[in-house]
Ligand binder design. Structure first.
Ligand code: FAD
Length: 405
């Protein structure tokens, strides 16, 4: 394990010689990547995480080429390739379950770089590299920003401490509590789809490079390969998913008649899983990301619906762009550095989020006539067309100066 639990004092002491002291809240995809990139630049950011260190593999993640720059800059590309599998093909199924079309992804995504599947746990290990210090079981309960710095109240298993830092990176995910501690917190805009679903693992079949989605009449099933397994998502409107995964799987089976083997495996897996992770399909967007000394990063700034499969890739890209803006920043210039970061990155993230919102309006629907009309559309609409705004973001990725190693 490359993620190393350390006491808060150890991180605080190490940071005291830095020109710019930084606290990162949340050691998820964005926070861990930001901390490791800052460490590669010689900073000693303090990284705190609410969870236990013994986290499980989590869910499946398909990573767009947005991840390639940060992964290369972290010096972990070989580990990334070793812990993930390529996603070369994508299949849409009609609402009846029959295959509508299978597209090669090489021309859509692949020509911009890697498109790969892995577990969230493996991704965190990859980002951590050889060594990543984290203080676990720790949250922030107070933020007090003044012109010279930020006073932060930090709580580790009931023990409360106050830290004084120059800047705070808030990366505690879509349900960020730290975000709400900011005085005059930026307004949040949420999209609630009224749908939700379960995540489970199923055995890998022969199509090891194939992601697949079935957009049904009142249900959605996606299967995505990771090394040695398929991550499955089965979702639907909350009135129906409320009955639980086994009952909902039966509803889907009744609508499908005979389900193709991969779909049946996915239904069986969520029905049989002991306590499958339930994902309420809602997103959130903060109107502003920065104050003079704090910045929202990753899902805490803009949390994604799953429909464009881009949240983690964007979180990594944002961490990379943020770290590059913090290079050379001091306690006097931090406000300008954070403002420049927000101007550079927020439009990209919001474009990606808008795409995921548009796709959600198409996917999370019920009604047989509507599902049939959508099948017709999907037959002519390639995945490249569906993801066109995302493909533009891939073509127009930030060009950042290479890190001096
Ligand atoms: C089931 C599922 C499937 C997904 N599939 C994909 C995919 O295929 N492709 C893709 O690109 N994206 C995918 N995503 C989205 C992607 O996982 C997120 O966009 C990405 O993880 C965002 O990174 P983050 O660091 O901002 O948040 P997270 O990865 O959620 O990390 C936040 C961290 O903060 C910690 N934390 C929370 N509160 C506190 C606190 N108060 N104090 C300290 N720490 C705290 C959490 O424990 C967590 O470790 C998926 C998400 C889910 C749920």
């Amino acid at each position: 394990m490359t993620i190393r639990t350390v006491p808060l004092d150890e991180q605080d002491d190490a940071s005291r010689h830095d020109d710019l002291t930084i606290l990162v809240v949340g050691a998820g995809v964005a926070g861990l990547a930001a901390a490791q990139l800052l460490r590669a630049d010689g900073h000693h950011p303090i990284l705190v995480e609410r969870r236990d260190p013994e986290a499980d593999a989590g869910y499946m993640v398909a990573l767009m080429p947005l991840a390639d720059g940060p992964i290369a800059d972290l010096g972990v590309r070989q580990e990334y390739l070793a812990r993930s599998v390529p996603l070369d093909r994508f299949r849409f199924r009609a609402h009846s379950g029959r295959s509508l079309r299978t597209d090669g992804l090489e021309d859509v995504v692949g020509r911009y770089g890697d498109y790969r599947g892995l577990t969230r746990g493996a991704l965190l290990d990859v980002i951590a590299g050889e060594d990543a210090a984290v203080t676990h079981r720790t949250t922030v309960t107070g933020l007090d920003e003044d012109p010279e710095g930020v006073g932060v109240t930090v709580e580790t298993e009931g023990t409360v401490r106050t830290l004084r830092v120059d800047a705070v990176v808030i990366a505690d995910g879509i349900g960020s509590r730290t975000r709400s501690l900011l005085p005059g917190a930026a307004p949040l805009h949420r999209v609630e789809t009224g749908w939700g679903g379960w995540v489970a693992w199923t055995p890998l079949d022969a199509d090891v490079d194939l992601g697949e989605e079935l957009w049904g009449d009142g249900f959605f099933i996606g299967t995505y390969p990771v090394p040695g397994a398929l991550g499955a998502f089965v979702g639907g409107p909350e009135q129906e998913t409320r009955q639980g995964p086994a009952a909902f799987a039966d509803v889907v089976r009744r609508k499908l008649g005979t389900a193709p083997p991969r779909i049946e495996d996915a239904l069986r897996a969520v029905a049989a899983a002991e306590a499958p992770f339930f994902w309420p399909l809602a997103d959130v967007r903060a109107a502003r990301w920065t104050t003079r000394r704090t910045v929202l990063l990753g899902d805490a700034a803009a949390g994604f619906l799953p429909t464009a499969g881009i949240g983690a890739g964007m979180a990594l890209e944002s961490a990379w762009v943020l770290a590059s803006h913090l290079r050379g920043a001091t306690t006097e210039t931090i406000g300008e550095a954070l403002a420049a970061y927000e101007s550079a990155q927020r439009p990209r993230v919001e474009t990606a989020q808008n795409t995921s919102r548009s796709l959600a309006r198409l996917m999370f629907r019920r009604g047989r006539a509507l599902a049939s009309a959508r099948d017709l559309l999907l037959r002519v609409l390639s995945i490249g067309t569906a993801l066109r705004p995302i493909v533009r973001l891939l073509a127009d990725r930030p060009a950042l100066p290479a890190r001096q190693r």
